[in-house]
Design a protein around this ligand. Structure first.
Ligand SMILES: O=C(O)CCC(=O)C(=O)O
Length: 280
């Protein structure tokens, strides 16, 4: 279809990220924002454990910090399924991954509350590449970071290392099996490029781009929605990080999907049929 200009495509290739306007309308962002707040309020009232701040000993500064996280948003409200199916979004993603066939990897939401929002969301607190969490053969994986608030370094906005995707996978320096991060001297937060984005803007970045985020030291909230996607032609290198709706086809086809009845309740990607793949 084409959402990105040739210049934008080139920028993405060279830098590993692109900040986009006009992917979602103001109404769509407002609907998403209302559904998002309602969901967090509902889950608070149901005493759900949503605290995602790392409590490891190496991060003493995370005491009294908070990142509230909900994964698999599309399993909570159809508003988020609508977000995933947005044509502008899928056009832009198709331009970037250079495939008409787009699969869902997973979704999550992070709120960094005013004044006590911890550095990065998720269970990690350091600059990282998503690659280590879910490596793929062709590196088609991308993150779509939807800003639901104006974001900057003061309220816990994203920090990225432009062009770091060109360096390929970096050594994992973590000694914890469930968390991964890269060399924190080479990729110190102080050397990162701060992403300054308006509510509604969308940052798309490669899963090889080293990134992190700032603590929220402001009096403003920082809400985001993260969508991770991949091309249907790509193959996972291991079977980690499987989430509900993993592999859902958001656009095009997945001709490698296994249809054996005996595997109908399986969710992992051993379901790929490698033989007899028709021309696409
Ligand atoms: O919430 C954030 O600031 C960063 C989230 C992110 O990029 C991640 O968890 O990989």
């Amino acid at each position: 279809m084409g959402f990105l200009s040739e210049t934008q495509k080139q920028f993405y290739k060279e830098n590993g990220f692109i900040l986009l306007d006009n992917v979602f309308s103001e109404t769509e962002i407002d609907q998403c924002s209302v559904a998002y707040d309602e969901l967090f309020e509902l889950k608070k009232s149901q005493d759900s454990n949503m605290e995602a701040t790392w409590k490891g000993s190496w991060n003493e500064n995370s005491q009294n910090k908070s990142v509230l996280s909900i994964h698999n948003l599309q399993c909570h409200s159809s508003i988020f399924t609508k977000v995933l199916m947005n044509d502008n979004l899928l056009d832009a993603v198709s331009d970037i991954i250079e495939s008409p066939n787009i699969l869902l990897h997973h979704t999550k939401a992070h709120i960094k509350p005013p004044e006590k929002g911890a550095r990065i969301g998720s269970l990690n607190d350091l600059n990282l590449q998503d690659y280590h969490y879910f490596p793929y053969k062709n590196d088609s994986l991308i993150a779509v970071f939807v800003h639901l608030d104006d974001s900057d370094p003061e309220n816990g906005g994203l920090a990225i290392f432009p062009k770091s995707h060109l360096m390929g996978p970096q050594e994992n320096k973590s000694d914890v099996p469930t968390n991964f991060y890269v060399d924190q001297e080479k990729f110190a937060l102080s050397k990162a490029h701060p992403v300054i984005a308006k509510k509604g803007q969308v940052l798309i970045f490669s899963y090889l781009l080293v990134h992190g985020s700032f603590p929220n030291v402001s009096t403003r909230n920082r809400r985001m929605l993260l969508i991770q996607l991949m091309s249907a032609e790509d193959t996972p290198l291991n079977q980690t990080h499987m989430s509900p709706c993993h592999g859902m086809v958001l656009r095009g086809k997945n001709v490698r999907r296994n249809a054996d009845l005996s595997k109908r309740h399986e969710t992992d990607e051993k379901l790929i049929v490698e033989k007899k793949i028709p021309n696409q």
